[in-house]
Design a binder for this molecule. Structure first.
Ligand code: AHM
Ligand code: MG
Length: 336
């Protein structure tokens, strides 16, 4: 309950929606054009709609596989495609979005040239962890925003193949026991929760900081026999050091817990996924930007994830991200 006494600081402690937060941030940048509020309001609209579909999935009978595989040869769930269509419908109409890239589509969708106003590319995984959806486990949408340069339409995929440090914003929306929107525009990490009663994401925490250390590792340990030696040695050390294990198998949920509670989330190379399973440009990069902006670290096979120059849109990346000290422990084994 809000404090209704006269001593309450109403000027600085007020209810703020995602929309008003973005507008307020833009006002601190005189050169801002309002582009972000357009893009983020489209993402907010799309994810509110996806949250509704996810909640109603069993009632509406849209659980289960669609019967096709995506560009990575993975079974698509019906809700993967529904979420993909919702995002494209909401973002496609925003005049400043030039290109959309989705995990579910092999080719990027070029909407507008630079001359036509296409200033940004939005890359996204519409419904990450969707194989968990039949069991009401938390799933999420992940997005990354890159600025486009003049001539992007002619350059095709090359116009988007930039390292993650060039992201201008990144975020995810977790559809869990509550719907949580976590966002960074390069100025810290803010967390919003969907208030169903008013239909708006409201700010619940600003400038989130990940705990520096926490004895939690999050990894699919069933694959241990095919992990490289360094990861096996790390796990042996963690067992001996009284670590606990938490693994949901849904990256958004696992990274969200890691952000709030600390620890390390790891998807190492395995026999079936020698380059790691997660995708660099719309899974690893946006999560890495959020974790770094919150004071954490995110590394892959060759150092900092955000410095990897991609060769292809859908390439995979090894992921080790979380509390700075915990990533440091894994890194010690990777370097030895
Ligand atoms: P998806 O994009 O097809 O949903 O797959 C990504 C998911 C991540 O959410 C999760 O971290 C990982 O796959 C789990 O993989 P595994 O089942 O091999 O542990
Ligand atoms: Mg995914």
């Amino acid at each position: 309950m809000p404090d209704t006494t006269t001593t309450h600081d109403w000027a600085n402690d007020n209810l703020q929606s995602l929309q008003s937060h973005i507008l307020a941030e833009e006002q601190t940048h005189p050169e801002a054009t309002g582009d972000f509020s357009w893009i983020l309001s489209a993402i907010a609209l799309a994810t509110k709609s996806i949250a509704n579909k996810v909640r109603r999935a069993r009632i509406d009978d849209v659980l289960g596989e669609f019967g096709e595989t995506n560009t990575h040869g993975e079974a698509q769930q019906k809700l993967d495609l529904i979420a993909n269509d919702i995002i494209k419908a909401c973002l496609g109409a925003r005049a400043n979005i030039g290109v959309l890239v989705s995990e579910e589509d092999e080719e990027p969708m070029v909407l507008r040239t630079h001359a036509e106003g296409g200033r940004y590319a939005v890359l996204f995984d519409p419904l990450d962890g969707s194989s968990n959806i039949d069991f009401s486990v938390g799933v999420g949408t992940i997005f990354s925003i890159l600025r486009l340069e003049d001539g992007h339409a002619a350059k095709g995929v090359d116009a988007i193949l930039h390292h993650g440090a060039r992201q201008v914003a990144a975020g995810y929306v977790l559809f869990g026991s509550s719907t949580v929107f976590v966002l960074t525009t390069g100025n810290g990490v803010n967390m919003f929760v969907l208030d169903q009663s008013i239909g708006a994401f409201v700010l619940v925490e600003s400038k989130l900081q990940i705990p520096t250390q926490s004895r939690i590792y999050s990894i699919n340990e069933a694959n241990i026999d095919s992990f490289p030696d360094a990861y096996r040695s790390y796990l042996e050390w963690a067992h001996a050091s009284n670590y606990t294990s938490r693994y949901i198998g849904s990256m958004v949920a696992d990274v969200h817990r890691t952000l709030l509670k600390g620890g390390v989330f790891i998807y190492p190379p395995t026999e079936s996924h020698p380059d790691g399973k997660l995708r660099l440009m719309y899974e690893a990069n946006p999560m890495a930007m959020i974790i770094e902006e919150a004071g954490g670290r995110a590394i892959g096979n060759h150092g900092r994830i955000l410095e990897v120059e991609p060769d292809s849109l859908h390439q995979r990346s090894v992921v080790v991200m979380g509390s700075p000290d915990e990533v440091g422990h894994v890194e010690r084994f990777l370097n030895s």
